[in-house]
Design a protein around this ligand. Structure first.
Ligand code: THU
Length: 136
């Protein structure tokens, strides 16, 4: 298992703050995420649900899209994901694929508000992503 790195607790804190802004009135399952880029900038996101349930966007994708919209498209150093539960979060398959587009080897830091921690890699979570290179 990977170790937590320097700055990971900061990233978890930012993800936890974002989590408080989640819009999850239907599932009540609030998720926060924060990505740190190689240029040491942090972008965060929370899950945003909709009365038309299928339109919901996960926290991880909100965070990645915020980074990309700010021009930070290359290689994230780490992404933290936080929930308030007695077990660790695990990013859904769609989010794994979206993260892989920009950072196939990124470190993934899983955390709970209660203090559980686990560090892993996107490679471990999604060993064979479909990448831009597959199109050429
Ligand atoms: N959710 C996330 O934000 N990230 C994931 O990786 C899994 C699921 C959200 C979507 C929905 O708002 C709620 O959690 C329950 O599925």
């Amino acid at each position: 298992m990977e170790k937590l790195g320097p700055g990971d607790e900061d990233l978890i804190r930012v993800a936890s703050l974002a989590r408080q802004r989640a819009h999850a009135p239907y599932s009540k399952y609030k998720v926060g995420a924060a990505v740190r880029t190689k240029r040491n900038k942090i972008y965060s996101g929370a899950n945003v649900e909709n009365a038309s349930y299928g339109l919901t966007v996960c926290a991880e994708r909100c965070a990645v899209f915020a980074a990309v919209a700010a021009g930070e498209t290359k290689y994230y150093d780490a992404i933290a994901i936080v929930i308030d539960d007695d077990k660790l979060p695990t990013p859904c398959g769609a989010c794994r694929q979206v993260i892989a587009e920009f950072a196939p080897d990124v470190r993934v830091v899983l955390a709970t508000t209660g203090g559980l921690r686990k560090a892993t890699t996107l490679t471990a979570l999604l060993p064979e992503p479909f990448l831009p290179g597959n199109l050429s």
